[in-house]
Design a protein around this ligand. Structure first.
Ligand SMILES: C[S@@+](CC[C@H](N)C(=O)[O-])C[C@H]1O[C@@H](n2cnc3c(N)ncnc32)[C@H](O)[C@@H]1O
Length: 100
């Protein structure tokens, strides 16, 4: 399992940097490093099929997942958020209303 994370092929590295650039303008929590791990776990290790993300907020992590599913050539991503916020923060009603 570690091979993909520590010995990235030039092609994979280019792809990760490409996605990183797409994710950059999206506000969110997931770091680039975490996003790259998420991408590789989804692309190479998760069973093919539907991916359901609980807690997508503005979609920063969702973009990593969506690219992984696209690149593995099978599956769909459903992004879900309650918009009730996290334990440390309150409900995010303003952001939620902006998407209405
Ligand atoms: C840390 S933020 C999301 C970060 C996001 N994945 C990103 O990459 O920026 C956590 C989100 O999870 C949502 N959330 C918390 N519990 C949830 C649940 N049980 N189902 C769906 N969303 C939930 C919150 O409303 C909040 O928007």
């Amino acid at each position: 399992m570690s091979g993909h994370f520590f010995l990235q092929s030039p092609t994979l590295r280019t792809r990760l940097l490409d996605i990183q650039a797409k994710v950059a303008p999206i506000q969110g929590w997931v770091s680039d490093q975490a996003g790259m791990v998420l991408y590789q776990l989804t692309r190479f290790y998760a069973p093919t099929g539907t991916v359901v993300e609980l807690g997508s907020w503005k979609g920063r992590s969702t973009v990593w997942l969506a690219h992984a599913v696209k690149d593995r050539g099978a599956g769909r991503v459903f992004a879900v958020d309650t918009w009730k916020g996290t334990q440390n923060g309150g409900p995010d009603e303003q952001t939620c209303q902006a998407y209405d």
